[in-house]
Structure formats: C-alpha cells, structure tokens
Design a protein. Structure first.
Length: 466
C-alpha cells in the first residue's frame, strides 16, 4: 500500500487512538520521504559544483601567467553562479583557491536549503567540492601531414590552410599571434614539451635538404636483386631478372622503377649525386612495406625506400621541432608549401608515422624511450581522392592502401586526426581517424581556422591533469 494511501486512510479514520498514532508517526514518515528528495537535490548540486570548478581550474591553468589569483577566484565564482542560477535555495558559502607554479586548486562550499527535512529541524545542508588542474610531464609530438597537390590551389584552400596554421596566409611572423602553431606554443609553456613536424605530400614526399646532402656525400653500395616483372614489387624489369640497385642507408636507387600506369620509364630515375630529395612508395612484396614505415633491412633492397626525382617543387618535410624554442622553423616550412601534382594520401600517412618514430631518417622522436610520457598525433589533411601512386593502382586499391597505412599508424600508438577539405573520400578519412570525433569535414576553406584551433586545444589539453 502506498504512503499516500496510508495517509488518506489515516486521515479518514476518526478513531482517537488512530489519530494519536498517526500524529506520532507523521513527522518521521515525512522526514524519511523528504530526506530522499533533499538528498538527491544536494547530490545533484554537488555534481554541478564539481563541473564548474573543473572548468574554472582548467581555464586558469591554461593561462597561469596572465591570470592572477583574484581573477581566477572571480572567474570561478561566476562559473558557480552561472550553473546555480537564480535558485534562492542555493548560495555560495565559501570559495578558496591558489596557484603554485603550474598547478591550480579551487575549493567551494555551497549551502542547499532543504524543503522536507525542515520538519526534523534540518534547514540546510552544505556540500563542498575540490578541483585541481596542472600541466603534467607528458610530452606531445605532432606530425602535420598536408596535401600539397594541385587542387589545393583552388577555392583559397592553400591560402586558408596557411592562415589556420601560422596566423596569416603568408606565414610572415616567426612567432605568430594566432593559428595552430601559436596555440601549441601557448600550450607548451616551456621547452621540450611540444614538438611539431611537417609532411607535405603529392605523389611523393621530399626529405629535408640536410638529409639530401648527406646522402650525396655517402658512398653507395651496389646490389643485384631479382623481383617479379612489372609486378607489385615495383621494379621495372621486362622479365624476372636481376636489377642493379645502389643502396645508401635507408634509400635505394634502382636502374629503373615502375612509374604511373603500366608503363616503365627512367624519367624519374635518380642517382645519389643528382637526387633532389623525393621518395615514393616502398614495395609491397614480401610484407606490404608500402603501408608502414617499419621494417627497413639494409641487406634487403626490397625493404628500402625508393628515391625518385621530384615532378614539381614539392615543399620539403620538416622534422619534429620544439614549438617553444624554434616554432619559427615550422612556420617557415609551412610558408614554403605550394600546390602542385597528383594525390597519394598513403605515402603522406606512412611518412607521418615515420616522423613519429625514432628510426631513420628522422630520429627526433622520443618514442621508445619514455613511451608512457609521450603522446603522438598525426593530423592528416587532404582535399581530394587518391589519384596516383608508384604502382599505377586504381582509386579503390589506393584507398585500401591508405586505410592500411592509417591502421599501421594507429597500431603504433599514434592518434590519427583527419581533415577533409571540401572534396575527398569522407568514408575513408572517417575510418582513418582514431575516433569519429577526430574526423573533421570542412565545407569551405575559411572554416580551416576554427577547425585547427579546436584540434590544437584538444591536443593541448592532453598535458592538463585533474
């Protein structure tokens, strides 16, 4: 029988004994029922307070130098008042907090007036919550893998991309006051905390000049390798006969390599002395080397990265660079990007992962040393479909290779963020991203600024702890 029924029957019963008994139990009954309601209200208020304090603490620790203790407390008070609203039954009793180095703490007490517990002389309850936020020891490495193909020249895409990354379309300032590099520098708040690298791509990628010059100074080793004719291995041989290969470190310079389509030519053949720095897809035989940066075996030319002369003036890759001390180098590298050529998203993804690995030719990554203290991100941006790779694959096959490259990167512990600019395979890029929230679909180039700001703040928050 419900409490309401008990009360109704008790009121209806005119027996004196029943009336006396009802009077004796009414207050405890109301107190018990009311306690549940008042307790639930207090608990919900506590959760609301916690959220407000967390937000205030995180906001304060992001700008510790620009925010005084008094400003921090005032902001926190406004946060509390905002979530509590005009409810007359809720009032802030106390709000304290402090800032020490890169750590912020806040504590608040809020009085919650009761409704039903008043019958047992409990007029209010006080709930308190504590929040702390700080910049942790975690370091961040980011590879910007950016489409530099000809279509990026249309609809202001390259111009707006540069503006989103370095504050203005010409990347004129070595210390920009807005844009992705600026936000990451502010999040770093010191040296050796956040490093950013750049991987422009078309059908190939292009190594930094220092690496190109170092290769020219080395003495190549000559090998003969037998591969399938014009097969998925990538060498261009009429029959399964040995092909001469010159090896320099992680590179190979073949007598002839397979070009686009089914034809073979030597127009892009490079030698160690005339090479201009471009590299294209590795062979697929025997172990799908074209979708991973790992597995280089100096004694097996099939695992080496094929050198190729560049078709256009593709911007060079820039290794991981400390944004706090040398952010200008990244800005300069971004400023050098010029759209030209066709699209091979796979090779961009592979070299983005390579940049976030300590293996040659990029050895700047901390991966493998303090793995648990390093968060690695690849931001992969493109504005179109796959159109050309070393093997002459069709679009569908190229997309499969791109997805495999993304999977390889994610398996290596890299968080993949993807950005589609107006055109491109949305399904592919969504699958490439580490989660659906990390896929961004940009419908107009001017939206790149807000998108990269959001990505930067999302990444920067990794260094915040609560």
């Amino acid at each position: 029988m419900s409490l309401r029924r008990h009360l109704r029957d008790a009121v209806a019963n005119r027996s004196g004994n029943v009336a006396i008994a009802f009077g004796l139990v009414l207050v405890p009954l109301l107190g018990m029922a009311g306690a549940t309601i008042d307790y639930t209200r207090a608990r919900n208020t506590a959760e609301t307070i916690q959220l407000a304090l967390d937000n205030a603490a995180l906001a304060a620790v992001r700008d510790p130098d620009e925010t005084t203790r008094e400003e921090m407390l005032e902001f926190a008070r406004k946060q509390l008042e905002g979530v509590l609203g005009n409810d007359a039954k809720l009032s802030v009793v106390s709000l304290t907090g402090d800032k020490v180095d890169e750590t912020v703490w806040l504590e608040a007490e809020v009085r919650v007036e009761t409704t039903f517990l008043r019958v047992v002389n409990i007029d209010d309850v006080t709930v308190s919550r504590f929040a702390e936020a700080s910049y942790g020891r975690r370091q961040i490495e980011i590879a910007l893998v950016l489409d530099n193909t000809g279509s990026m020249s249309s609809r202001n895409k390259m111009r707006e991309l540069k503006r989103a990354l370095c504050g203005d379309a010409s990347c004129s300032s070595s210390q920009p006051s807005s844009g992705f590099v600026h936000v990451m520098r502010e999040a770093a708040r010191g040296a050796d905390r956040i490093r950013v690298g750049l991987v422009p791509f078309d059908t190939t990628v292009r190594v930094p000049l220092a690496i190109e010059e170092a290769v020219a100074d080395e003495t190549p080793l000559t090998s003969n390798v037998t591969v399938p004719p014009r097969g998925r291995g990538g060498f261009c041989t009429g029959n399964a006969v040995p092909t001469r290969v010159e090896r320099v470190s992680w590179l190979r310079f073949a007598a002839a390599d397979k070009d686009a389509g089914d034809g073979c030519d030597t127009n892009r053949r490079a030698t160690p002395t005339d090479w201009d720095g471009c590299v294209w897809d590795r062979d697929r035989i025997p172990d799908d080397f074209d979708v991973t940066h790992a597995g280089v075996d100096l004694d097996d030319p099939r695992t080496l990265h094929p050198a190729s002369n560049c078709r256009a003036n593709l911007a060079r890759m820039a290794p991981l660079t400390d944004v706090w001390t040398s952010g200008g180098a990244i800005v300069s590298a971004i400023g050098s990007m010029q759209p030209s050529g066709n699209t091979n998203v796979t090779i961009g993804a592979v070299w983005g992962a390579a940049m976030l690995s300590p293996s040659e030719p990029f050895t700047e990554s901390l991966s493998g040393e303090d793995e648990e203290e390093v968060e690695r991100f690849m931001i992969l941006l493109t504005d179109g479909d796959n159109t050309e790779n070393k093997f002459g694959d069709n679009n569908r096959t190229m997309d499969e290779r791109t997805e495999a490259a993304c999977t390889s990167a994610k398996d290596a512990g890299i968080t993949v963020v993807t950005v589609r600019v107006i055109n491109g395979n949305a399904g592919l890029l969504r699958r490439c991203a580490s989660s659906s929230e990390l896929y961004y679909d940009v419908s107009q180039a001017s939206d790149l600024g807000p998108v990269f700001d959001e990505i930067a703040r999302r990444i920067g928050s990794v260094r915040l702890t609560q």
